[in-house]
Design a protein around this ligand. Structure first.
Ligand code: PGA
Length: 252
């Protein structure tokens, strides 16, 4: 297991143009040398990936790139899709899989997510599997049942396949759906219960928290035990994002 704390910047479908994307990346990058115990992973829209990874310099070793999605086949007639091999060629090391926005807006199913996880593991990249419950499921006390079910289907037939030896590359992100982009983060005590539940299932994997993480609340999750954070909105504000990293660093 990688001992470095992971901070993933999920830019989603932002910023609106390349000039702003480059500006955002540069403003965070120039502050990165200070953060030796932390690995920052930028997950920009696909089209910005090669441009940004080309502009990464040697002095920023604690910086990596991830994509927000991938397809499970290597090549072929799959209009609009991008394979793991294509991502790998451009320096991508991490792939976010099963983000709730993809599950919700693109009808991505648990079975599709399972195929994607397998494709990423097979290529020796690190999948970041997003799991989480809705507000309604939480109110009905179904959080653990939902997570267990997502885990079972999303990781089906991996531990008894030739991918078993690669499973330590898997990263789990607990992202309660009701906390994503709402400004209503999960209470750290409740998040801790989920962390302990996941740690029992995945003792050798990194476990992240995501959902309305800010520079102010980030440390709460690190203190709780999480191995890192998946950050959406705050990662688009360079000042706040660098401050978030700094606050986490102070608490390691
Ligand atoms: P948020 O997004 O930080 O804006 O809530 C997190 C995510 O969707 O990964």
């Amino acid at each position: 297991m990688n001992s470095k704390t992971l901070i993933i910047a999920n830019w989603k479908m932002n910023p609106i143009n390349w000039t702003n994307a480059k500006k955002l990346f540069d403003s965070v990058k120039k502050n990165l040398k200070k953060f030796e115990n932390i690995k920052i992973v930028f997950c920009p829209p696909f089209i910005y990936l090669p441009l940004l990874s080309n502009s990464k310099s040697e002095s920023t070793m604690n910086l990596s790139f991830g994509s927000q999605n991938c397809f499970w086949e290597n090549e072929g007639a799959f209009t609009g899709e991008i394979s793991v091999q294509m991502l790998k060629e451009f320096g991508v090391k991490y792939v976010i899989i099963g983000h709730s926005e993809r599950r919700q807006f693109l009808n991505e199913t648990d079975e599709m997510i399972n195929k994607k996880i397998k494709a990423v593991l097979k290529s020796n990249l690190k999948p970041i599997l997003c799991i989480g419950e809705t507000k309604k499921q939480k109110k009905q006390n179904k959080t653990f049942k939902i997570l267990r079910n997502q885990i079972n289907i999303n990781l089906k037939s991996i531990s008894n396949s030739n991918l078993k030896s690669k499973i330590s590359n898997l990263i789990i992100a607990y992202e309660p759906i009701w906390a994503i982009g709402t400004g209503e983060p999960c209470n750290p005590q409740e998040a801790k219960k989920v962390f302990l539940f996941l740690k029992k299932i995945f003792p050798h994997n990194l476990i992240l928290y995501g959902g309305s993480v800010t520079n102010e609340n980030a440390v709460n999750y690190i203190r709780t035990g999480f191995n890192g954070l998946l950050v959406g909105g705050t990662s688009l504000d360079p000042k706040k994002f660098v401050n978030l990293i700094e606050n986490v660093r102070k608490n390691l």
